[in-house]
Design a protein around this ligand. Structure first.
Ligand code: ZN
Length: 124
C-alpha cells in the first residue's frame, strides 16, 4: 500500500517505517518495451548526471507495457525501496518493490579480520 502524508505537499511515506521526512530518491529507471507489449525492452537508468541503457529480456521486464521505477533510500530506517508506476491494460499501477535493509557500501565495510591461527594438532 502506498502511504502519502496528507498535507499541502502530500509527502510520500517510507514503505518500511512510514516516515515521510527522510525519503530520498536516488535512481530513476525507465523500462521501455521494444515492439509492443510482452516483448524485450530497454532500461534507461538515471543516476545523478549519469545516464546508461541496457537490454532487458522479456522475462525480466516489469508489467506488460512500460514502467517507471524510482529507487529510494529512507535515512530514518536505512531501508531501500523502489516505487514502480506500471502501465497495464490502460491503468497506471503504483506499487512498492524491493524493500530491504541498505547494504553497506564496500568502502564502509570493516577490514576483514586476520584468520585465526590453526588449532594445534597432535603432531605439535
Ligand atoms: Zn523508513
Amino acid at each position: 500500500m502506498i502511504h502519502i502524508q496528507e498535507n499541502e505537499e502530500e509527502a510520500l511515506a517510507c514503505p518500511h517505517c512510514y516516515e515521510t521526512v527522510d525519503m530520498h530518491h536516488y535512481v530513476v529507471g525507465v523500462y521501455e518495451r521494444q515492439g509492443g507489449e510482452d516483448k524485450d525492452g530497454v532500461l534507461t537508468l538515471i543516476e545523478g548526471l549519469k545516464v546508461t541503457q541496457k537490454q532487458v529480456p522479456e522475462k525480466q521486464m516489469p508489467g506488460r507495457r512500460n514502467t517507471v521505477a524510482i529507487r529510494f533510500l529512507c535515512w530514518n530506517c536505512q531501508h531501500e525501496s523502489t516505487l514502480q508506476l506500471k502501465q497495464h491494460k490502460g491503468a497506471c499501477l503504483l506499487s512498492w518493490h524491493g524493500i530491504k535493509a541498505r547494504q553497506p557500501e564496500l568502502e564502509d565495510q570493516p577490514e576483514p579480520e586476520e584468520p585465526p591461527c590453526d588449532p594445534p594438532t597432535d603432531a605439535d
